[in-house]
Structures are given as structure tokens and as C-alpha cells.
Design a protein around this ligand. Structure first.
Ligand code: ADP
Length: 778
């Protein structure tokens, strides 16, 4: 093939390779290049253009430029400021440098034009299959179209132009010339004179370009999505903030932060902290549901207020404790002693090992108040839980959070109120707890009081274990009978018994009156209550083992006195036995005094009730009938059984007492116990009923000044009874002189203070014979 050799002015281009079919303009500023352009313009306007290998080279030599370049026709030259030229050229044919000439003021190159070849034809020597050609053209057009879709910068006209090309070489060159390839890519295409290989190279470059664009597009999409999401969230948050502000509820976010800070500062076990963290997260996430937010907020606040690891130090000074107990209470020597012993043991043993104190006794005898003093002595916070009437386990353990209005149980609430994990917790009236269908209250209490279990007590509401092992539990009860055995086994029982009238006087004068005066804002000299008035109050205005009612009555007097002082401008009020009724009204109780004369079938028994001792009169009547036994009045089941036992005993000894053989067949026996204010039941009226029956049956009178108490057996033995102190007290108050008690109770009698026993003839008996001998008058 004939290769044309030319000598043309030459320009080395920086960052640009010109391809045949390419129409481009570029700016030239180097004087050598400007000269070359001008030279070309003077001739046939052809110029040889080749790219510099390195854009930085200022005066390129032979080796600094690509050997293959392009012959181009200059279409237009525009002068720019600073002696620069803008040149519009169109690429025409490939050419390679033979010699570069530098002697002119511009570069000139001796070049050889490289004609296109087609290896596919050369290799086979055959004509190109037109079908193949067509397929190649279409293939290239398709690729280009695909590219066009991705790159909107290419012009529509170009698309149309390319669509109309039907010659393969032209198609390849036009596409190559118009693609925004880098100059190195363009150079590669320029250096490939073979059409087939150029076709492949172009196709390859196009496809990879498409792929790059695809990846770019995908990346852009992702970036956009992310930006969109952030944007969206930002906008939504801003809107929510606005809505909250409108509703006046813009604290939730800051609350959550505050909760978190508090939770971080909270001294608590890990489990609690984790639970709190979770709930705070839930709190943040449920801001759109006010109901839920409320529930979670209450929960978090409760959790934060619990004294998880907060403790107070025990004050272990026994002398100080004694001083406090003495200061707060009159008498109660035994109780105080037991409490002090308890404290001493506690100080010596490890925590959690000390037993639970249970103070048992009638109401108003100072059980609660001893517990309070104990707390004061130990300098511990004191909390009281009243268990009277608690039937539902949930009251102890709390309701699960799923309940509407769920709350922690009483134990957890009390601990929260105490503010430390080791307060003195008083479980008041533990004997009044009962079980119902809703769950086992006792087993919940057992868990609370059991040192083996209570370090991990679970409240249903809080859901995390609470440590109760350091709590000092004190319980109170009126009676031990209703406390289940397992619970009782965990407690150390201390009995607090009724007060005598003398003790009541002391307590009133030394404690109750000063307390009430202070509570009502009265100075000690503004109100005085005489001793006799107090006596009368204890006797005729109250009927109790303790001093609660008495304290209330003193309170009543204080109120009236305060009013009187203000209204009448009196300096002081003096309450005496005589004017007492002006303050307290009519007497409420009149003691059933001993009968004046001996009577048949009437015997005075002694009873022990929850409010202390009392006397009760038993009446028996015998009338013609068919051997029936009638029982009426205030009788419990145990009493009824005692009555029957009594009659069996009498029948068994009827001969000795000269009772006719047919007597029980022809007579009915009617036993009646008049209604009293307080219900009584128990076996201790056994001998009383038997004596009354014997008296009624035999017609012998009963001594009016005798009272008795004791259980009876079928064979007439007399068995011991409880509550002797209260019973003797009641007997004394009723003016009784002789009291018959079971022999086995004799040791108890010795323990009772002489204040009670003085003036009483106490006769211990072991058999009914002896009772009858003493009680029945001749
Ligand atoms: P309980 O718990 O046994 O039912 P409280 O402890 O409530 O009785 O006592 C009732 C009131 O009587 C309280 O104000 C208490 O201080 C007072 N009190 C009871 N016993 C005494 C006592 N021995 N000395 C001083 N005050 C007493």
C-alpha cells in the first residue's frame, strides 16, 4: 500500500488526543505552537497534532510526544487576549512521526499517514460478510444507545447523526471522536489503525464506561437515599417538636436524658441498671403514645426512687437505746428488757441473721410505739405497713405492669418511702392478714420475712429482685392464734400485756397528757386533769387493755379546753372528777359490780377478750321438761361444748349431790350468757357454767363475791387457762374478793404484780369438787 509522507507544522497538545472525525477546539498559548498554527494557515491549513506524554513538559522533544498523532484541518482561528489563539480543527487521518524538525521557530514534523486496515478481510482474504457487518453496526449502535441513556450530556443531534451512519469505519470513528474519553484512552484508539481491533477496543471502552456510570449511578442513588432519609427524619423531628410545643409537652426528650443521667448516677445492682436502660430506651421510642409514655415514666421514676444500694449505718449503742425506750414508755419493763437483749444479739450477729420481732398484745398497749422507739434508738428510718385486712397477694407483691394503674406492692412502696434499703419496717397487725382466691398472701409474707429468700424478693411491678435482707422487720399482732405456724416460726415473740389502772394513770400523766397538750398547742399550765378525773376516765369512759381510747379522750378534753380558753378568755382549764362530764358527756361504761347477795344459778366468770379482761355473768335455770339442754346468749361453739361437758360431769356425780335419779329426764336446763359488748369464746368458762348448773339443780346459792375461771373435763378436773392477768384485773375492778383459778396457773399468779393481786383472795384448784366447795354457800 502506498503510504503518503508529509511535512507539516506540528503542535504538541497537552491532555488531548485528536482522533479522525473529531471536531474540537483548543487554546494554544506557547509561542512555538502559535507560530505553527500561523504557518499552517499560510499553507493548506493542515496541521499535525500529537499529544504530549506528560502535560507538564514545556518544550517537548522527540521522546516527549506520542509518535502517533493526527493530521487535522484548521477550520477557524480566533485570537484571544494575552496572545492566545483558540483553534477549531477537525481530525482527518492517523499519522506517525518520522522526523521532528526543530530549526524553524515552530515545530515541524515529517510524517507518514497511516491508512486504515481491516484484519478480518486481510486474514481471510474474502469479502466481508454483509450480515456480519450489519450485526456489528447494530451492536455498536445498541451499545452507544445504552451509553446515551446513562450520559445525558451527549447531545440529541449526535444521537441522530450516529443512528444514520451505515458504514462501520465511520461509525467507529464518529463515536470514538465524540465520546468524552480521557486523552490516554483516545490515544489508544488513535494508535489502532486496524478497524476490527479498533471496533473491539471501542466496544470494550464503551461497555466499561457504561459500567462505571452504572456504579456511579448506584452510588449516587444510595447517597441520595441516605441524604433523603436524614432529611426526612430531620423534618419529621422538627415537626414533632413543633407539635409538642403546641401541646405544651416538649419535655419528653429532655426527660429521657435526665432519666439517663439519674440512672447513670444511681447506686444499684447491674440488673436494675440494665432494666432501667431498657425502659428509658422504650420511653424515648414511645413518645407518640402518651398513655404508654405515662406508664413507662411512672415506672422509671419509681425505679429511680428505690433505695437499691443506699444504706444507713446502725447505731449500736445499747445504753442509748435503753435511754430512748425509757424516755418514750412508762413501765413495760419486761418488754424493754427483751428488746434490748434483741438489740445486743443483733449487734453481735451478722446482718440478716437476727430473728424478726413480733410484739403481741391487746390494742393500745404500745406495740407500735415501741417499734417506733426502736427505730429512734437505732437511728434508722421507720416505715409502717398496716396489714389489717390485706387479702390479696398483689398488695404485698404489687401488680404486674400490664394492669391498668399497676403499682408496686406495699413492701416496695415502704422501702421507697424509707429511702434506704435497711430501715425498720413495722408490719402492723400481721394476725389480721387473710388469704383469698387471688393468691397466697401468707406465702408472699413468708418470702418477705425469710432470710433465705428475701435477698431476692421479686415485686411484680418492679420486675427486678429487691434485697430485703437488711431490713429490720418488726411485726405486731393482737393474738398469735391466727398467724400460720411457718410465719410464727420465723418470729421472736414478745408479749405486751394489758395495763393496770395504776399503770394507765402513770402513762396518762407522764406521756399521754404532755403529748396531747403539745399536739393541741396548749401550755402545761393551761390545762390540768386531776388524778381522780383520769381514774374515772379509765374506768367509766373507756374499756380497754391499752391506753388508746384514754389518749383519745384526753385529746377530746384538750380540744374542748382550747376552745373554752379562746371563747371565755380563761387562763386555764381544770378538769376534775366532778366536771368531767362537761367535757366527755355521759359515762359510757358502768362496771358490772359483784352481786350484792348470794343467788341460785348465777355465777360470775372471767373472760379474756381482745380488749382485755372482762367479767361475765352466767345464768342457769331449771324447769320441768324432757331433759333438754338449752343454750342462749353470747355463746361460741367451744363454750357450748364446755356446757355439755359440765352437764355430763354433774350427771356423773348426781348421787353425791343428792340429785334425784329422774331429774334429768323430767327437767330442762337452760344456760344463758347475757350479751356483752365483746364476743367471747373459749373453754375457760367451763367451771363457771358447771357451778351455775349445779347451783340451779341443787338449789344451793352461789357466793356473790366469788368469780372463777378454768376449763372443765368430763371427770371434773380443772385445766389451766390464759390471760390470767387481764382476768384478775377485771375481777378486781368488779369488786370481787375471791377468785378461783386452776392449780396449774399458780406460777402465773406469782408473776402478776402485787398491784393487781393485792386485796384478792386467789384460790388455786385442781378439781370441780373444790370449786363447788368454795363457791356454793351452805
Ligand atoms: P398498739 O400498737 O399496741 O395498738 P400504740 O403503740 O399505738 O398501741 O399505743 C397507743 C398510744 O399509747 C400511743 O400514743 C403510745 O405512745 C401510747 N402508749 C402505749 N403504751 C405506753 C407506755 N407504756 N408508755 C407511754 N405511752 C404509751
Amino acid at each position: 500500500m502506498n503510504r503518503e509522507t508529509l511535512s507539516l507544522p506540528m503542535v504538541a497538545l497537552r491532555g488531548l488526543s485528536i482522533l479522525p472525525e473529531m471536531v474540537r477546539h483548543f487554546d494554544v498559548s506557547r509561542p512555538k505552537s502559535i507560530q505553527a498554527i500561523e504557518e499552517a494557515m499560510l499553507g493548506d491549513q493542515k496541521i499535525f497534532l500529537t499529544a504530549q506524554k506528560d502535560v507538564e513538559t514545556e518544550s517537548p522533544g522527540v521522546t516527549d510526544v506520542y509518535q502517533t498523532g493526527c493530521v487535522a484541518a484548521i477550520r477557524q482561528v480566533v485570537k484571544l487576549p494575552k496572545k492566545m489563539l483558540r483553534v477549531l480543527i477537525s481530525g482527518e487521518s492517523r499519522a506517525c512521526i518520522n522526523v521532528m524538525e526543530f530549526e524553524e521557530p515552530y515545530m515541524r514534523a515529517n510524517i507518514t499517514v497511516i491508512p486504515d486496515t481491516d484484519t478480518s478481510i486481510e486474514d481471510t482474504g474474502a469479502e466481508k460478510n454483509p450480515m456480519n457487518l450489519d450485526a456489528m453496526i447494530r451492536g455498536m449502535k445498541d451499545i452507544f444507545k445504552e451509553y446515551l441513556l446513562k450520559d445525558p450530556k451527549l447531545s440529541k443531534e449526535l444521537a441522530v447523526q450516529i443512528e444514520n451512519i451505515n458504514e462501520l469505519k465511520k461509525l467507529v470513528d464518529v463515536i470514538a471522536a465524540n465520546m468524552p474519553f480521557s486523552y490516554t484512552d483516545a490515544q489508544q484508539l488513535l494508535e489502532e489503525p486496524d478497524l476490527m481491533r479498533r471496533y473491539e477496543l471501542l466496544a470494550y471502552k464503551l461497555v466499561s464506561e457504561i459500567q462505571i456510570l452504572n456504579v456511579k449511578e448506584e452510588l449516587q442513588k444510595k447517597v441520595k437515599e441516605r441524604v433523603d432519609k436524614n432529611q426526612r427524619e430531620y423534618i419529621l423531628r422538627e415537626e414533632m417538636k413543633l407539635i409538642r410545643e403546641e401541646l405544651g409537652d416538649d419535655n419528653t426528650l429532655s426527660d429521657a436524658e435526665e432519666f439517663q443521667q439519674e440512672a447513670d448516677a444511681l447506686k444499684a445492682p447491674k440488673e436494675v441498671k440494665e432494666k432501667l436502660g431498657k425502659e428509658i430506651k422504650r420511653f424515648k421510642n414511645s413518645m407518640n403514645s402518651p398513655a404508654e409514655v405515662g406508664v413507662i415514666r411512672t415506672y422509671i421514676e419509681t425505679m429511680l426512687e428505690m433505695p437499691w444500694d443506699k444504706v444507713c449505718r446502725d447505731h449500736k449503742d445499747i445504753a442509748y437505746a435503753k435511754k430512748v425506750l425509757d424516755e418514750d414508755h412508762y413501765g413495760l419493763e419486761k418488754v424493754k428488757e427483751r428488746v434490748l437483749e434483741f438489740l445486743a444479739v443483733r449487734a453481735l450477729t451478722k446482718k440478716g441473721d437476727s430473728p424478726i420481732l413480733c410484739l403481741v398484745g391487746p390494742p393500745g398497749t404500745g406495740k407500735t410505739s415501741i417499734a417506733k422507739s426502736l427505730a429512734r434508738a437505732l437511728k434508722k428510718p421507720y416505715v409502717r405497713i398496716s396489714l389489717g385486712g390485706v387479702r390479696d397477694e398483689a398488695e404485698i407483691r404489687g401488680h404486674r405492669k400490664t394492669y391498668v394503674g399497676a403499682m408496686p406492692g406495699r413492701i416496695a412502696s415502704a422501702l421507697k418511702q424509707a429511702g434506704v434499703k435497711n430501715p425498720l419496717m413495722l408490719l402492723d397487725e400481721i394476725d389480721k392478714v387473710s388469704n383469698d382466691y387471688k393468691g397466697d398472701t401468707f406465702s408472699a409474707l413468708l418470702e418477705v420475712l425469710d432470710s433465705e429468700q428475701n435477698s431476692k424478693f421479686r415485686d411484680h411491678y418492679l420486675e427486678v429482685p429487691m434485697d430485703l435482707s437488711e431490713v429490720l422487720f418488726v411485726t405486731t399482732a393482737n393474738t398469735l392464734q391466727t398467724i400460720p405456724r411457718p410465719l410464727l416460726d420465723r418470729m421472736e415473740v414478745i408479749e405486751v400485756s394489758s395495763y393496770t389502772e395504776n399503770e394507765k394513770m402513770h402513762i396518762a400523766i407522764e406521756h399521754l397528757i404532755p403529748k396531747q397538750l403539745e399536739r393541741h398547742g396548749l401550755a402545761p399550765d393551761q390545762l390540768t386533769i386531776s388524778r381522780n378525773a383520769l381514774w374515772k376516765m379509765a374506768r367509766n369512759y373507756t374499756k380497754e387493755a391499752g391506753v388508746r381510747q384514754l389518749e383519745r379522750k384526753i385529746g377530746d378534753i384538750c380540744r374542748k379546753a382550747a376552745r373554752e380558753i379562746l371563747e371565755t378568755k380563761k387562763k386555764a382549764v381544770h378538769v376534775t372528777e366532778r366536771n368531767l362530764h362537761l367535757y366527755l358527756g355521759k359515762e359510757l361504761y358502768i362496771y358490772q359490780m359483784a352481786n350484792k347477795a348470794d343467788e341460785i344459778g348465777i355465777v360470775r366468770g372471767l373472760a379474756w377478750t381482745s380488749v382485755g379482761g372482762d367479767t361475765l355473768q352466767i345464768e342457769v335455770n331449771v324447769m320441768p321438761g324432757e331433759g333438754e339442754i338449752l343454750l342462749t346468749g353470747q355463746l361460741g361453739d367451744v363454750m357450748k361444748e364446755s356446757a355439755r361437758t359440765g352437764i355430763s360431769y354433774i350427771r356423773s356425780v348426781s348421787r353425791e349431790h343428792k340429785i334425784e335419779e329422774n331429774f334429768f329426764k323430767e327437767h330442762d336446763v337452760h344456760i344463758h350468757i347475757p350479751e356483752g359488748a365483746v364476743p367471747k369464746d373459749g373453754p375457760s368458762a367451763g367451771i363457771t357454767m358447771a357451778t351455775a348448773m349445779m347451783s340451779a339443780i341443787t338449789g344451793r346459792k352461789v357466793r356473790a363475791d366469788v368469780a372463777m375461771t378454768g376449763e372443765i373435763t368430763l371427770r371434773g378436773r380443772v385445766l389451766p387457762i390464759g390471760g390470767l392477768k387481764e382476768k384478775l384485773l377485771a375481777a378486781k375492778n368488779a369488786g370481787i374478793r375471791t377468785v378461783i383459778v386452776p392449780q396449774e396457773n399458780e406460777p402465773d399468779v406469782e408473776e402478776i404484780s402485787s398491784e393487781i393481786t393485792r386485796g384478792l383472795e386467789i384460790i388455786p384448784v385442781s378439781h370441780m369438787d373444790a370449786v363447788l366447795k368454795i363457791a356454793l354457800a351452805e
